[in-house]
Design a protein around this ligand. Structure first.
Ligand code: NAD
Length: 298
Protein backbone atom coordinates (compact mmCIF):
# COMPACT_ATOMS: atom_id res chain seq x y z
CA UNK A 1 0.00 0.00 0.00
CA UNK A 2 1.17 3.50 -0.80
CA UNK A 3 1.70 6.73 1.10
CA UNK A 4 -0.31 9.38 -0.69
CA UNK A 5 -0.27 13.15 -0.31
CA UNK A 6 -3.59 14.85 -1.14
CA UNK A 7 -3.90 18.62 -1.59
CA UNK A 8 -7.46 19.99 -1.82
CA UNK A 9 -10.10 18.12 0.22
CA UNK A 10 -13.21 19.88 -1.13
CA UNK A 11 -16.41 18.54 -2.74
CA UNK A 12 -14.43 16.18 -4.98
CA UNK A 13 -11.12 15.72 -3.14
CA UNK A 14 -12.85 14.91 0.16
CA UNK A 15 -14.77 11.82 -0.94
CA UNK A 16 -12.08 10.78 -3.44
CA UNK A 17 -9.34 10.71 -0.82
CA UNK A 18 -11.65 8.75 1.49
CA UNK A 19 -11.82 5.96 -1.11
CA UNK A 20 -8.04 5.72 -1.12
CA UNK A 21 -8.11 5.32 2.67
CA UNK A 22 -10.73 2.55 2.24
CA UNK A 23 -8.41 0.89 -0.29
CA UNK A 24 -5.75 0.66 2.44
CA UNK A 25 -3.47 3.56 1.51
CA UNK A 26 -2.13 6.04 4.05
CA UNK A 27 -3.44 9.42 2.88
CA UNK A 28 -1.97 12.65 4.25
CA UNK A 29 -4.23 15.53 3.34
CA UNK A 30 -3.99 19.31 3.39
CA UNK A 31 -6.61 21.98 2.70
CA UNK A 32 -6.84 25.65 3.62
CA UNK A 33 -10.45 25.18 4.76
CA UNK A 34 -10.88 23.80 8.33
CA UNK A 35 -14.33 22.38 7.49
CA UNK A 36 -12.88 20.34 4.60
CA UNK A 37 -10.08 19.15 6.89
CA UNK A 38 -12.52 18.03 9.60
CA UNK A 39 -14.62 16.05 7.11
CA UNK A 40 -11.52 14.38 5.67
CA UNK A 41 -10.24 13.51 9.13
CA UNK A 42 -13.55 11.83 9.93
CA UNK A 43 -12.99 9.70 6.80
CA UNK A 44 -9.59 8.49 7.96
CA UNK A 45 -7.33 10.97 6.16
CA UNK A 46 -4.35 12.08 8.26
CA UNK A 47 -4.79 15.85 8.09
CA UNK A 48 -1.54 17.81 8.28
CA UNK A 49 -0.62 21.49 8.54
CA UNK A 50 1.22 22.10 5.26
CA UNK A 51 1.77 20.84 1.75
CA UNK A 52 5.28 19.95 2.87
CA UNK A 53 3.94 17.60 5.58
CA UNK A 54 1.45 16.05 3.17
CA UNK A 55 3.94 15.20 0.41
CA UNK A 56 7.20 14.42 2.27
CA UNK A 57 7.93 10.70 1.71
CA UNK A 58 4.85 10.31 -0.52
CA UNK A 59 4.76 7.64 -3.23
CA UNK A 60 2.13 9.71 -5.08
CA UNK A 61 0.62 13.19 -4.75
CA UNK A 62 -2.91 14.11 -5.87
CA UNK A 63 -4.23 17.64 -6.33
CA UNK A 64 -7.94 18.57 -6.47
CA UNK A 65 -7.98 22.37 -6.64
CA UNK A 66 -10.42 24.98 -7.92
CA UNK A 67 -8.54 26.85 -10.67
CA UNK A 68 -5.34 27.21 -12.69
CA UNK A 69 -3.79 29.66 -10.25
CA UNK A 70 -4.31 27.35 -7.26
CA UNK A 71 -2.67 24.45 -9.10
CA UNK A 72 0.29 26.62 -10.14
CA UNK A 73 0.75 27.92 -6.58
CA UNK A 74 0.49 24.49 -4.96
CA UNK A 75 3.07 23.06 -7.36
CA UNK A 76 5.55 25.92 -7.65
CA UNK A 77 5.13 27.94 -4.44
CA UNK A 78 7.60 27.98 -1.56
CA UNK A 79 6.96 24.74 0.37
CA UNK A 80 4.94 23.48 -2.60
CA UNK A 81 4.93 20.05 -4.19
CA UNK A 82 8.03 20.43 -6.34
CA UNK A 83 10.02 21.82 -3.43
CA UNK A 84 8.85 19.22 -0.92
CA UNK A 85 7.96 15.88 -2.55
CA UNK A 86 10.57 13.19 -3.21
CA UNK A 87 11.41 13.11 -6.90
CA UNK A 88 10.24 9.49 -7.03
CA UNK A 89 6.65 10.57 -6.22
CA UNK A 90 4.12 10.25 -9.05
CA UNK A 91 2.21 13.54 -9.41
CA UNK A 92 -1.46 13.49 -10.50
CA UNK A 93 -3.70 16.52 -11.00
CA UNK A 94 -7.43 15.77 -11.03
CA UNK A 95 -8.43 19.47 -11.23
CA UNK A 96 -10.02 20.91 -14.36
CA UNK A 97 -7.40 23.35 -15.65
CA UNK A 98 -6.70 24.80 -19.07
CA UNK A 99 -4.45 23.02 -21.55
CA UNK A 100 -1.71 25.59 -21.01
CA UNK A 101 -1.59 24.97 -17.26
CA UNK A 102 -1.62 21.22 -17.78
CA UNK A 103 1.27 21.55 -20.29
CA UNK A 104 3.16 23.69 -17.76
CA UNK A 105 2.65 21.04 -15.04
CA UNK A 106 4.03 18.34 -17.36
CA UNK A 107 7.01 20.37 -18.57
CA UNK A 108 8.02 21.81 -15.21
CA UNK A 109 7.58 18.45 -13.46
CA UNK A 110 9.73 16.74 -16.08
CA UNK A 111 12.40 19.44 -15.79
CA UNK A 112 12.66 18.57 -12.07
CA UNK A 113 12.68 14.81 -12.70
CA UNK A 114 9.05 14.12 -11.64
CA UNK A 115 6.54 12.00 -13.55
CA UNK A 116 3.24 13.90 -13.92
CA UNK A 117 -0.16 12.70 -15.14
CA UNK A 118 -3.11 14.93 -16.02
CA UNK A 119 -6.01 13.01 -14.47
CA UNK A 120 -9.23 15.04 -14.82
CA UNK A 121 -12.50 13.46 -13.81
CA UNK A 122 -16.13 13.37 -14.79
CA UNK A 123 -19.09 12.26 -12.72
CA UNK A 124 -19.56 15.11 -10.25
CA UNK A 125 -19.94 14.90 -6.51
CA UNK A 126 -22.22 11.85 -6.86
CA UNK A 127 -19.53 10.01 -8.81
CA UNK A 128 -16.90 11.02 -6.26
CA UNK A 129 -19.08 9.71 -3.41
CA UNK A 130 -19.90 6.41 -5.13
CA UNK A 131 -16.37 5.84 -6.52
CA UNK A 132 -17.73 5.77 -10.06
CA UNK A 133 -15.79 8.66 -11.62
CA UNK A 134 -14.49 8.56 -15.17
CA UNK A 135 -10.75 9.29 -15.14
CA UNK A 136 -9.09 10.64 -18.29
CA UNK A 137 -5.35 10.09 -18.03
CA UNK A 138 -2.69 11.87 -20.07
CA UNK A 139 1.05 11.36 -19.74
CA UNK A 140 3.98 9.17 -20.63
CA UNK A 141 3.02 5.48 -20.85
CA UNK A 142 4.96 4.42 -17.75
CA UNK A 143 3.45 7.23 -15.65
CA UNK A 144 -0.08 6.47 -16.84
CA UNK A 145 0.44 2.75 -16.11
CA UNK A 146 1.57 3.65 -12.58
CA UNK A 147 -1.41 6.01 -12.17
CA UNK A 148 -4.05 3.43 -13.11
CA UNK A 149 -4.04 1.31 -9.91
CA UNK A 150 -3.97 4.45 -7.80
CA UNK A 151 -7.10 5.95 -9.37
CA UNK A 152 -9.04 2.68 -9.66
CA UNK A 153 -10.49 2.79 -6.10
CA UNK A 154 -12.20 6.08 -7.07
CA UNK A 155 -13.23 5.14 -10.59
CA UNK A 156 -15.96 3.54 -12.65
CA UNK A 157 -13.92 3.98 -15.85
CA UNK A 158 -10.25 4.76 -16.44
CA UNK A 159 -9.05 5.83 -19.90
CA UNK A 160 -5.48 6.23 -21.12
CA UNK A 161 -5.78 9.00 -23.71
CA UNK A 162 -2.13 8.97 -24.80
CA UNK A 163 0.46 11.66 -24.19
CA UNK A 164 0.70 14.70 -21.91
CA UNK A 165 -2.42 16.97 -21.70
CA UNK A 166 -4.65 14.55 -23.65
CA UNK A 167 -6.61 13.77 -20.47
CA UNK A 168 -7.51 17.41 -20.00
CA UNK A 169 -8.22 17.69 -23.74
CA UNK A 170 -10.81 14.89 -23.43
CA UNK A 171 -12.32 16.52 -20.35
CA UNK A 172 -12.73 19.93 -22.03
CA UNK A 173 -14.16 18.47 -25.25
CA UNK A 174 -16.61 16.30 -23.25
CA UNK A 175 -17.81 19.25 -21.18
CA UNK A 176 -18.23 21.42 -24.27
CA UNK A 177 -20.64 18.75 -25.59
CA UNK A 178 -22.45 18.65 -22.25
CA UNK A 179 -23.05 22.41 -22.04
CA UNK A 180 -24.05 22.88 -25.66
CA UNK A 181 -26.56 20.02 -25.32
CA UNK A 182 -27.77 21.52 -22.02
CA UNK A 183 -28.72 24.69 -23.89
CA UNK A 184 -30.60 22.59 -26.43
CA UNK A 185 -32.51 20.81 -23.65
CA UNK A 186 -33.31 24.16 -21.98
CA UNK A 187 -34.66 25.67 -25.20
CA UNK A 188 -36.54 22.51 -26.23
CA UNK A 189 -38.18 22.31 -22.79
CA UNK A 190 -39.16 26.00 -22.98
CA UNK A 191 -40.63 25.55 -26.46
CA UNK A 192 -42.56 22.44 -25.41
CA UNK A 193 -44.03 24.29 -22.40
CA UNK A 194 -44.92 27.37 -24.45
CA UNK A 195 -46.78 25.18 -26.98
CA UNK A 196 -48.88 23.68 -24.20
CA UNK A 197 -47.14 20.34 -23.72
CA UNK A 198 -47.14 18.73 -20.29
CA UNK A 199 -43.50 18.56 -19.11
CA UNK A 200 -43.67 14.92 -17.99
CA UNK A 201 -45.37 13.71 -21.18
CA UNK A 202 -42.93 15.61 -23.39
CA UNK A 203 -39.98 14.23 -21.38
CA UNK A 204 -41.30 10.68 -21.93
CA UNK A 205 -41.29 11.32 -25.68
CA UNK A 206 -37.90 13.06 -25.93
CA UNK A 207 -36.16 10.55 -23.67
CA UNK A 208 -36.88 7.74 -26.16
CA UNK A 209 -36.48 9.92 -29.27
CA UNK A 210 -33.65 11.73 -30.99
CA UNK A 211 -33.70 14.58 -28.45
CA UNK A 212 -32.34 12.23 -25.78
CA UNK A 213 -29.12 13.28 -24.03
CA UNK A 214 -27.34 13.23 -20.65
CA UNK A 215 -28.63 16.68 -19.59
CA UNK A 216 -32.17 15.70 -20.66
CA UNK A 217 -32.02 12.54 -18.54
CA UNK A 218 -30.29 14.16 -15.56
CA UNK A 219 -31.17 17.86 -15.49
CA UNK A 220 -34.58 18.17 -17.19
CA UNK A 221 -35.42 21.77 -16.25
CA UNK A 222 -38.93 21.37 -14.86
CA UNK A 223 -39.80 20.26 -11.33
CA UNK A 224 -41.27 16.82 -10.77
CA UNK A 225 -39.97 15.19 -13.97
CA UNK A 226 -36.50 13.80 -13.19
CA UNK A 227 -35.52 13.10 -9.56
CA UNK A 228 -31.90 14.22 -10.07
CA UNK A 229 -32.86 17.57 -11.61
CA UNK A 230 -31.78 20.71 -9.71
CA UNK A 231 -35.16 22.17 -10.79
CA UNK A 232 -36.64 20.14 -7.90
CA UNK A 233 -34.38 21.90 -5.38
CA UNK A 234 -34.39 25.57 -6.41
CA UNK A 235 -31.31 24.95 -8.56
CA UNK A 236 -29.00 24.10 -5.65
CA UNK A 237 -25.76 23.30 -7.47
CA UNK A 238 -24.88 19.82 -8.62
CA UNK A 239 -22.58 21.54 -11.14
CA UNK A 240 -22.34 25.25 -10.51
CA UNK A 241 -22.70 27.90 -13.21
CA UNK A 242 -19.28 29.22 -12.14
CA UNK A 243 -17.67 25.83 -12.83
CA UNK A 244 -19.49 25.54 -16.16
CA UNK A 245 -18.17 28.98 -17.14
CA UNK A 246 -14.64 27.90 -16.21
CA UNK A 247 -14.74 24.67 -18.21
CA UNK A 248 -16.28 26.29 -21.29
CA UNK A 249 -13.87 29.20 -21.27
CA UNK A 250 -10.98 26.70 -21.25
CA UNK A 251 -12.57 24.78 -24.13
CA UNK A 252 -12.95 27.99 -26.15
CA UNK A 253 -9.37 29.05 -25.40
CA UNK A 254 -8.16 25.63 -26.54
CA UNK A 255 -10.24 25.96 -29.72
CA UNK A 256 -8.84 29.40 -30.39
CA UNK A 257 -5.28 28.13 -29.89
CA UNK A 258 -5.91 25.48 -32.56
CA UNK A 259 -7.65 27.92 -34.93
CA UNK A 260 -11.12 26.44 -34.35
CA UNK A 261 -14.31 28.49 -34.34
CA UNK A 262 -16.80 27.12 -31.74
CA UNK A 263 -19.90 29.33 -32.07
CA UNK A 264 -22.33 27.09 -30.15
CA UNK A 265 -19.93 26.88 -27.21
CA UNK A 266 -19.47 30.67 -27.34
CA UNK A 267 -23.24 31.15 -27.07
CA UNK A 268 -23.43 28.81 -24.07
CA UNK A 269 -20.53 30.61 -22.42
CA UNK A 270 -22.29 33.95 -22.91
CA UNK A 271 -25.41 32.59 -21.17
CA UNK A 272 -23.41 31.35 -18.18
CA UNK A 273 -21.59 34.69 -17.92
CA UNK A 274 -24.90 36.56 -17.84
CA UNK A 275 -26.11 34.36 -14.99
CA UNK A 276 -22.89 34.96 -13.07
CA UNK A 277 -23.16 38.74 -13.61
CA UNK A 278 -26.64 38.54 -12.12
CA UNK A 279 -25.30 36.79 -8.99
CA UNK A 280 -26.25 33.19 -9.81
CA UNK A 281 -22.76 31.69 -10.24
CA UNK A 282 -23.24 29.47 -7.20
CA UNK A 283 -26.47 27.91 -8.49
CA UNK A 284 -26.70 24.95 -10.84
CA UNK A 285 -25.80 25.53 -14.47
CA UNK A 286 -29.13 23.99 -15.57
CA UNK A 287 -30.60 27.32 -14.43
CA UNK A 288 -29.90 28.52 -17.99
CA UNK A 289 -33.34 27.07 -18.72
CA UNK A 290 -34.87 29.85 -16.62
CA UNK A 291 -32.88 32.63 -18.17
CA UNK A 292 -34.29 35.08 -18.89
CA UNK A 293 -37.53 34.03 -17.20
CA UNK A 294 -40.72 35.78 -18.26
CA UNK A 295 -41.10 37.56 -14.90
CA UNK A 296 -37.41 38.37 -14.53
CA UNK A 297 -36.91 35.98 -11.60
CA UNK A 298 -35.09 32.67 -11.52
P1 NAD B 1 -13.91 22.76 -4.08
O1 NAD B 1 -13.78 24.24 -4.13
O2 NAD B 1 -15.03 22.14 -3.33
O3 NAD B 1 -12.54 22.13 -3.50
C1 NAD B 1 -11.27 22.67 -3.74
C2 NAD B 1 -10.53 22.72 -2.41
O4 NAD B 1 -9.21 23.21 -2.65
C3 NAD B 1 -11.19 23.68 -1.39
O5 NAD B 1 -11.53 22.94 -0.22
C4 NAD B 1 -10.11 24.71 -1.12
O6 NAD B 1 -10.07 25.16 0.22
C5 NAD B 1 -8.84 23.95 -1.48
N1 NAD B 1 -7.70 24.79 -1.77
C6 NAD B 1 -7.64 25.90 -2.55
N2 NAD B 1 -6.38 26.39 -2.57
C7 NAD B 1 -5.64 25.57 -1.79
C8 NAD B 1 -4.28 25.54 -1.40
N3 NAD B 1 -3.41 26.47 -1.80
N4 NAD B 1 -3.85 24.55 -0.58
C9 NAD B 1 -4.72 23.61 -0.14
N5 NAD B 1 -6.03 23.57 -0.47
C10 NAD B 1 -6.47 24.56 -1.28
O7 NAD B 1 -13.91 22.27 -5.60
P2 NAD B 1 -14.38 20.85 -6.15
O8 NAD B 1 -15.81 20.91 -6.56
O9 NAD B 1 -13.93 19.78 -5.20
O10 NAD B 1 -13.53 20.78 -7.51
C11 NAD B 1 -12.14 20.51 -7.50
C12 NAD B 1 -11.68 20.42 -8.94
O11 NAD B 1 -12.36 19.33 -9.60
C13 NAD B 1 -11.98 21.69 -9.78
O12 NAD B 1 -10.90 21.95 -10.64
C14 NAD B 1 -13.24 21.31 -10.54
O13 NAD B 1 -13.37 22.02 -11.76
C15 NAD B 1 -13.02 19.82 -10.76
N6 NAD B 1 -14.25 19.07 -10.95
C16 NAD B 1 -15.33 19.33 -10.15
C17 NAD B 1 -16.51 18.62 -10.36
C18 NAD B 1 -17.72 18.89 -9.49
O14 NAD B 1 -18.82 18.43 -9.85
N7 NAD B 1 -17.59 19.59 -8.37
C19 NAD B 1 -16.59 17.63 -11.35
C20 NAD B 1 -15.46 17.36 -12.11
C21 NAD B 1 -14.30 18.10 -11.92
Amino acid sequence: MATIGWIGLGHMGGPMSAHLVEAGHEVRGFDLDPVANDLAEANGVVVVDSIDDAVADADAVFTSLPRNEHVREVYAGAGGIWASAPVTALLLDTSTVDVETSRWCHDESAARGFAFVDAPISGGVGGAASASLTFMLGGDPAAVAAARPLVEPMAGHVFDLGGPTLGIAAKLANNLMLFVSLLGVAEGAALAASLGLDARRFFDVASVSSGESWPLRTWYPAPGVVDSSPANRNYAATFSTALAEKDLSFALAAGEASGLDLPAAATALGQFRELIAEGYGGLDCSLVAKHPSPDGSV
